[in-house]
Design a protein around this ligand. Structure first.
Ligand SMILES: [Zn+2]
Length: 472
């Protein structure tokens, strides 16, 4: 009898083992290495239909039917937190699979020319084996223009890309860029930590064709999260172009230094630094600023924090004032304090807190000190002592009258609609059962088998006892 029980237990254990391994084999990660066979890619490519879409294609073969195909993709940029976009292309399960997925920029938001796209494929076969390709990258750029790149870009902190104009045109702009970077580093304490890519379009129209959703007057744009600046500069606009390059580069530097998921840089400071980096104000802007000081029509610093007016005159004055305020801060209190102010903003302080911590006054205190320094009338304060209410300026992409070319304005949209996270367009992936459910089923199966075993044992023991009783 003892032998029989041992034999039966062994049998149950063996059958359980068999059931267990049969049950576990479809689970990814539990199969033995011997069963693992990687899928093979016979094609893995991207084709760009700039600026509309990027199409990813893959041809995959495997010894076992492929049951899940997922595309992971994105573009390289500074982000708050790691989010990986996944797409689930439609495909016919089988040993050979062709998958295709289209990244529609009109749905996800336009990427700047020069953005670095990346992608990888993740497939699972019917045995649960998962294979992931290496991550590949491609540059998001048109193939219409014959782009050239200045080879000495690294040493100058910029890679200048252009397609119209001769070598001296490009050299001229590259020199303006490197002078601007040097000025920012020595005068404002702003340093590039990686080369910045400058894409120079032949004119504003061709620039606008390269980006979706931009206002018709866009002359240039900075993308600090991606170290990219794009501008439309013709050879007849070189003066404007030099200043515009420095202006936009400064936005990239400010964006980098202050990048965080907490803080925000007020418009007057961001634009003030950008205009300051261009050098002295042009004559017309200087005159407008002096008129406003004389007529006591200066805007309050607080009203310049969120955005600039849509009204052209007010917008121009906003830039000139921002320049003057920033110049006052840097030249009165040193560039180190400016760096400290920017870092306080990066760390999530409000502008009032950051100013107070760095200089010992808030925005209104800054307004008062600045007005005194430039010989303007004191700021109007209401009888109760509260700051005078000013209509909030309309938030619009800011226009910079760079270099005194009034009809070729400049946008400095530092916020960019970025890629497209989580846009599965087709069927969800087919996956194996959840592991929790599988384990519960497994446990129930074991209990069931043990119960059957006990019942059979009971019968066997009873019949043996009966036999023994009969024999006895
Ligand atoms: Zn700007």
């Amino acid at each position: 009898m003892q032998k029989l029980i041992v034999a039966f237990s062994l049998c149950v254990s063996l059958s359980l083992l068999t059931v267990t391994s049969a049950f576990l084999s479809p689970l990814p990660g539990i199969t033995s290495e011997a069963h693992r066979r990687a899928a093979v890619w016979t094609n893995n490519e991207i084709s760009l239909n700039f600026p509309e879409s990027a199409t990813f294609r893959a041809a995959i073969t495997s010894d076992v039917d492929i049951t899940s195909v997922v595309l992971e993709y994105g573009n390289e940029q500074q982000t708050c937190g790691e989010v990986i976009a996944k797409a689930f292309p439609q495909f016919e399960p089988g040993k050979t699979v062709n998958a295709e997925w289209i990244w529609e920029m009109r749905q996800s938001g336009s990427l700047p020319p020069g953005a670095q796209l990346w992608w990888r494929w993740r497939v699972v076969d019917a045995n649960g084996n998962e294979t992931v390709t290496e991550t590949k990258t491609a540059t998001w750029l048109d193939n219409i223009h014959q782009w050239q790149t200045m080879n000495n870009g690294d040493s100058q902190g910029v890679h200048l890309h252009w397609y119209e104009g001769d070598q001296s045109f490009a050299t001229d702009l590259a020199k303006a860029a490197s002078d601007g970077l040097l000025f920012n580093e020595t005068q404002a304490g702003l340093k590039a930590d990686a080369p910045i890519d400058l894409y120079i379009y032949a004119n504003t129209n061709e620039l606008q064709e390269a980006i979706l959703y931009e206002p018709s007057w866009t002359g240039g744009q900075a993308f600090p999260d991606q170290d990219i600046v794009i501008l439309g500069i013709s050879s007849s606009d070189l003066d404007w172009g030099r200043d515009a390059i420095v202006h936009e580069l400064t936005h990239v530097l400010v964006g980098h230094l202050t990048f965080s998921c907490l803080g925000d840089v007020p418009t007057w400071l961001n634009e003030g630094l950008a205009v300051y980096s261009e050098g002295e104000l042009d004559q017309a802007s200087q005159q407008q600023l002096e008129d406003a000081i004389r007529d006591d029509t200066l805007l309050t610093v607080r009203s310049l924090s969120a955005g600039f007016s849509e009204v052209a005159d007010k917008a121009y004055l906003s830039y000139s004032q921002s320049y003057s305020i920033t110049k006052f801060l840097i030249e009165t209190y040193s560039q180190d304090k400016m760096t400290a102010l920017l870092i306080a903003l990066r760390d999530g302080k409000t502008i009032d807190e950051a100013l107070m911590q760095t200089y010992g006054f808030n925005i209104d205190g800054l307004d008062d000190a600045w007005r005194a320094a430039i010989g303007a009338q004191p700021r109007l304060v209401s009888p109760e002592g509260a700051p005078t209410a000013q209509p909030a300026p309309t938030f619009v992409p800011t226009i910079v009258p760079v270099g005194g070319v009034p009809l070729l304005p400049q946008v400095t949209a530092t916020a960019v609609p970025t890629s497209s996270f989580g846009q599965p367009t087709a069927t969800p992936a087919r996956r194996g059962p959840p592991i929790g459910l599988t384990l519960i089923l497994l446990a129930m199966c074991c209990v069931f088998l043990v119960l059957i075993g006990i019942v059979i044992l009971g019968f066997v023991v009873r019949s043996q006892n009966r036999k023994a009783g009969n024999n006895g």
